[in-house]
Design a binder for this molecule. Sequence first.
Ligand SMILES: *Cc1c(COP(=O)(O)O)cnc(C)c1O
Length: 451
Amino acid sequence: MTSGDWTRRQFIAAAAAGSLAAAVSKTVPAYGNLTKKASTLALLGGTPVRKNKSLPDWPYCDQKIVDSLEKTARSGSWCRIQGGAHAVVTLEKEWAKLTGAKFCVATGSGTQSLHTCVEALGIGPGDEVITSPYTDPGTIASILSARALPVMADLDTESFQLDPADVERRINENTKAIMPVHMMGQPCDIDSIMAIAQKHNLKVIEDAAQAHLAEHRGRKLGTIGDVGCFSFQSSKVLACGEGGAIIGNDEALMDKCYTVHNHGTSRQGLTETIGPKYRMNEFEAAVLLGQWPGVLERHARRNENAAYLTKRLKDIPCLVPQKLYEGTNAGSFYLYAMSYHKEHLNGIDRATFLKALNAEGVSLSPYIAKGLHREPWIENVLKTRVYQTMYSPARLRKYREESACPKCDQVCEQMAMIWASGPLLASHEVMVEIADAIEKVYVNRDQLKSA
Ligand SMILES: *Cc1c(COP(=O)(O)O)cnc(C)c1O
């Protein structure tokens, strides 16, 4: 370790004192001058920086997870409405406690959580929900499942998050809610989104599916809007294969979420409304509860490792870490996202850069190839009978015409990320190797002309 590295204590102290972004930028760079000597890139036959490419497995399995599953299996209580072990109810209490939310309803996936919230808020055919095109398909699926219209606003190219100005521009008399996505597990510009929602009297459903335990101005993501949704799908930082959760502080709304997710049947046993059956099963909750030990340590480690990478990347202009907004205290670091700027690497294209890095033993992902505004669902869905019935031809035409998101296209072209929950749990030494490999390719960029 170099003397400039952050200890965990320093990191937490800095994070507690203010914004993570500010704390990181105040750090004196330990690598202010790139001292790495010229050496042959591994792509051209040189020695790779990382000889051992292994990274922590994700998801992991240990005895605690196995014991928790076995306990549920033997209990015979395999469904939340049976008596007995109550893994789902315990999980809901634990997740509410960790996030500081008053209430939690567990579901079978992040998509199910989002759809439950859309239904619970009474959003349906004819209504519009503004969200991001740079996200998992589950985000818009939750809106389409209610036969509402997902209106995609464009991004900020430095944060990869929704641009609040473009969100506001797309509000009209049919808009009922904003579904901001906390992309890469970092807070979006939630201050601005909340201000816009308040001004236009809109509901806010936070898509925090990637953002477990991320924090903005002392509040965990998911607790800032009317409701917040999480995914526990295999790749996420808390994982059970498929699973999800809704959190919120409004008891009536959260009761409505329970009713909707329970095929329209309330906690009192009255079948009251339209609702799918989206209950989490006891085994999914058991896997998650088995993962509870160490969840905060893993969160802290990801943040420490990310802070180190961010510090090292300061001197490497071809890879710019995701911009964090004022007030960011911690991210989930489900993903460590960067944008690639070829103008700082002799105009070498991203694919070649990633190949050179891969040869050094560091694999970065370009992530989503294109935004959801470029997927075929737009044409297909707008042609369906329900959309043709519920929306006028003029509205659908306008929707199609305004679906361009050029900033999102740019983000897709520039993205280079460390994917996903496993790598950022690696040791500090691995982070040093990753940064060294990036630095090596940057310092020796002239060799790539001939590649
Ligand atoms: C994973 C994810 C979802 C969907 O969650 P599932 O559990 O896969 O249904 C929604 N939004 C974002 C941003 C996600 O990353």
